[in-house]
Design a protein around this ligand. Structure first.
Ligand SMILES: Nc1nc2c(c(=O)[nH]1)N[C@@H](CN(C=O)c1ccc(C(=O)N[C@@H](CCC(=O)O)C(=O)O)cc1)CN2
Ligand code: GAR
Length: 230
């Protein structure tokens, strides 16, 4: 077991993966993954942050940590941001292995999906396929869950395809929806689970513990028991 210059123990056999994280808002999932990298739970490095808004909370946090920032898509006045083609070129320049969408609210272009097959993940704050698709993001999701009378909710992590929230599901966690819940209370309960499951998935991704079943369903191999999958 080697260690890098900062003494962080490096797992032998699998080189550290290079990650790009995409954000549009506060970036709490991004910050949790960043912290998990620093304390050795995730065997990777966030080499670039992509933000849909240059001054969002996630971008400001990345700036503070010295992480390079790319704006995508191009701003309406054309003053900032990249085209889909130049975004792919930029991510290749950073030698990105995997892309993690974390509160990102813009459609990922087909050109990027083709360039990174089975390598782009997204976290959504409901149990897909319920309460997903165009128009379902942020608090809109939690309001719809409560109005529906659903008794359970929770985050879904899925691979990204050309449409919103229709990619192959990789991981889910379940939380109760309580009779007295407001959208804010439910959002907080789901977000707490998001932070845990995204770190677990990022760790599996960087450890190359994600496999694909013959029917196309992705599975995570347990870190503790290689014969156990979820
Ligand atoms: N090609 C893909 N791109 C993105 C996906 C995906 O699965 N495939 N996931 C989204 C994240 N997301 C849900 O998890 C999501 C984000 C945004 C929307 C939405 O309706 N957006 C609005 C615009 C919102 C805004 O600009 O503030 C819209 O398109 O009208 C739905 C689902 C990230 N990208
Ligand atoms: N459909 C996409 C969507 O609604 N994403 C949601 O945005 C919130 C903010 O994330 P953040 O605190 O990591 O920025 C999170 O709850 C995430 O699931």
């Amino acid at each position: 077991m080697g260690s890098d210059d900062d003494g962080v123990e490096l797992k032998q056999g699998v080189g550290r993966k290079k990650l790009a994280v995409f954000v549009s808002g506060g970036g709490s999932n991004f910050r949790c993954i960043y912290d998990a990298i620093l304390d050795g739970r995730v065997n990777g490095d966030i080499v670039v942050l992509v933000a849909s808004k240059p001054d969002c909370g996630g971008a400001n946090y990345a700036r503070d940590k010295g992480i390079p920032i790319i704006v995508y898509p191009e701003t309406k006045d054309g003053s900032e941001g990249l085209s889909p083609h130049n975004l792919v070129i930029a991510l290749r320049k950073y030698k990105v292995d995997h892309i993690l969408l974390a509160g990102y609210l813009k459609l990922i272009p087909a050109e990027l999906i083709r360039a990174y097959p089975r390598s782009i993940l997204n976290i959504h704050p409901s149990l897909l396929p319920s309460f997903g698709g165009k128009g379902y993001y942020g608090m809109k999701v939690h309001r719809a869950v409560i109005t529906s009378g659903a008794r359970y909710s929770g985050p879904t992590i899925h691979f990204v395809d050309e449409h919103y929230d229709t990619g192959r599901i990789l991981a889910q966690r379940v939380v109760p929806v309580l009779p007295t819940d407001t959208a804010d209370k439910l959002a907080a309960r789901v977000l707490q689970e998001e932070h845990q499951v995204y770190v677990e998935v990022a760790a599996a991704l960087c450890d190359e513990r994600i496999i694909w079943r013959e029917d196309g369903v992705p599975l995570i191999r347990s870190k503790e028991d290689p014969n156990n999958y979820s």
